[in-house]
Design a protein around this ligand. Sequence first.
Ligand code: BG6
Length: 483
Amino acid sequence: MVDQSQKPTVVILGASGDLTQRKLGPALFHLSKSGVLPDHCSVVGVARSNFSNEDFRAFLRSGLPNQDDSDWNEFAGKVSYFSGSSTDTEVLHRLDVEIASGCRDGDQDNRIYYLALKPSLYPDTLIALAESGSLDETTGSRRVVIEKPFGTDLESAQELNSLAHTVLNEDQIYRIDHYLGKDTVQNILVFRFANAIFEPIWNRNYIDHVQISVLEDLGVESRGAYYDTSGVLRDMVQSHLMQLLALIAMEPPASSTPDALRDEKAKVLSAVHSVDAEYAANNSVRGQYAGYLDEDGVDPASQTATFGAIKLLVDTWRWQGVPFVLRSGKSLERKTSEIAIEFKRPPQSIFGVGDQARPNRLIISLQPDEGVHLEFVNKSPGSNTKLTTESLEFHFPKGEIRDAYERLLLDAIIGDATHFNRSDEIESSWRIVDPFITAWVDDGNPKLKSYEPGSMGPVDSALLLGEGRNWILGDDDTLSEGL
Ligand code: BG6
């Protein structure tokens, strides 16, 4: 864990926002409560709001109802506030001097600058951090955590990467995707590479297709203005779904070092077949939930997709010809994130009509029913041979799953970049998604379909799977009905 001679300071730039209150404050509090932070760790909130230290602590506490006073007071003692703009060099310089002056002789003055800001402020903030001297590593490490969205397309992501590389080394940049901090997502690596029985069949010879579904029941809530310029492709597919695809499709890394792992993810993302506008139009479905146009901050004539499904192919020996079909959307029937791997049917049918039972499926359920299901065909008791589908299931114990931000913040504090995105992964993901974004602009193709809130999105998304295939959900209660 963390070495006590280190004095990490987590500087949250944009600290008066929703992310700080909902995610970063609670994550830091829980890390403090569980005793994994060094005693001298501190948290500084920076924003333009005219908060006192006490106001900022109260703001953080409102994101953490029902906490015990003594736990809270211990954490609150580490928290302070610094008023000013994150793009103001002079403000950042004063803050730099103030943090340095709080260090004792021999302390490692390590800093984590967390950009919890509007993405349009990232470039000027990075420049101001550099010009203020805040990124000088003479007295300790300097890491910068950058929230998604990282760019809005390939070109803007390349520009941001190139600017970031002028002021930081790649190993100081922590591009966060909170899906990579989820225990269930990290478990994909363990499931694939700590078991010997799945790897031999993890390829085109045995796998028919792969589905990645990240479905949400809520609409855009209070984020209409942001979401309307983003839509499902930029908000979810380019980041979370691309990372899930990479974890499922990557080759085994030679070790668990951050770069060994990220090399393999980057390689497989770069092998995703490049598509053109015509392919994108014919191999995707986009939808918008009825009522979206009335949401606060949304343009009443908006063509932004709140649901998207796309089909991708991966040009490698392992995956040649295996469709990866991804879908995500808001205001759907349920909140669930799952990866379903459907295997090919046995080569010969010897049980007559019962062979029509479902092919084997492996379902990796990321949330809310965190676990793994393996479906297999079984004989029903009785004198005739009737086949049914049954399921072997593992579920993580309830209450043991930590919030993703907790894990990732600790990783940034201790300097482990394994579960953060490297520049090449980000750029490959945009290369994959950009043609769909272009095809979907305004009145483009495919046409935007309206769907009812509480439904599963446009019904024709299932056509992308190909004939005889359906969308799979792990809690499907038709399981033992056989056919
Ligand atoms: C965020 C998106 O990255 O992920 C949100 O911006 C989305 O729109 C959220 O709701 C989903 O995260 P989770 O962890 O609830 O699946």
